[in-house]
Design a protein around this ligand. Sequence first.
Ligand code: DSN
Length: 424
Amino acid sequence: MCDVDIFDLIEQEKKRQQNGIELIASENYVSIDVMNAVGSILTNKYAEGYPDRRYYGGCEIVDKIEQLAIDRAKRLFNVGYVNVQPHSGTQANAAVITSILKPGQRILSLGLEFGGHLTHGTPVSFSGKLYEAFHYSVDKITGLVDMDEVENIANKVHPNLIICGASAYSRDWDYGRFRSIADSCGALLMADIAHPAGIIACGKLNDPFDFCHIVTTTTHKTLRGPRGGMIMMRNDFVNPFGVLDKKGDKRMMSSLIDSSVFPGNQGGPLMHVIAGKAVAFKEALSSDYKEYIDQVCDNAKCLASCFTESGYDIISGGTDNHLILVDLHNKNISGKEAEIVLDKAGITVNKNMIPYDDRGANITSGIRIGTPAITTRGFKQKECKKIFEYINDAILHKNDDDYLSDIKNKVKDEFKDFKTPANS
Ligand code: DSN
């Protein structure tokens, strides 16, 4: 018997995804092939362990699926080690951090209020509860990571792990400088590339693998795969701390990370999601995907120019990647209010703290805007300029619900031919 309650709601969400403009920087629309893999009978299979070393019978086919996902990810990022099992970016970070550090050891990362991530040592996450976390910031004027501050804090607190990477940072990272700072204080260096992973895979941003010991990512943002996480290293190495081995031996990091993912932090892998990851990686190895990523970045630059030309402040003045962070201070609207107003106009964004924000995380003074999802629908600069006009118009008419509802109808009609894969 069909569960009409749930399937009716799924249909409603499918329409919402088509009718509105999706600008949440961490979202995207997966292909039908990815969806078919994730919605497949692979969800039925238990496969604790790794290919050819499982704790269950009947794994001969899912072994091939996981191996394909690993091999494709290795090609995509030119790396020697991949673990495709983390259920999410948070799980990937938990597996890495708990495989390297003993409770009480020290992490140095970008502060959450400057664009960092919950799992990089905030007090509400395992990473801030188990470890002593210190944070660097961005420069108040330039909006760029303050590398001198990173060095000063590292020299003072001697972290065991330095993390680079962010959730709301529109510029590239100086991984080389981070590595020399890490080396000088005996820390390991991890990059969390959850947001720009697809852009890095296409060689349009600095390569973290040249310098970072370990790299984590999600698979569902610019990478356009199913919701999930992944851990990578270009070259394996001996765990320099030797802290987690019962015998006190120093083990290879790949072995420590594999054990930390399963059984350390997770149980059975989601084989249907791993199949979806494999499909997405094959897509990401294609020339079509490279064109897509070029357009993602061009669209973000176009939106940044539209905002600045109309008197909005963009943190750091622009973007190197797929997102922009808009400071709404001079527009007499908070981030929370802008999110609600734009929702009424059929445009989805998320409120976001800006560096040195005078409002808290529930109100904020900014919005984060990303282009991965609209670019999958085929939007180019012409459509981005139109979207900016609708955003600006909605903010100017923030108290006029009829006006906002009119924009919502226009957005739905004007872009109806730009289909999401599920609505094609
Ligand atoms: N929630 C993700 C994002 O939106 O950036 C990070 O976890």
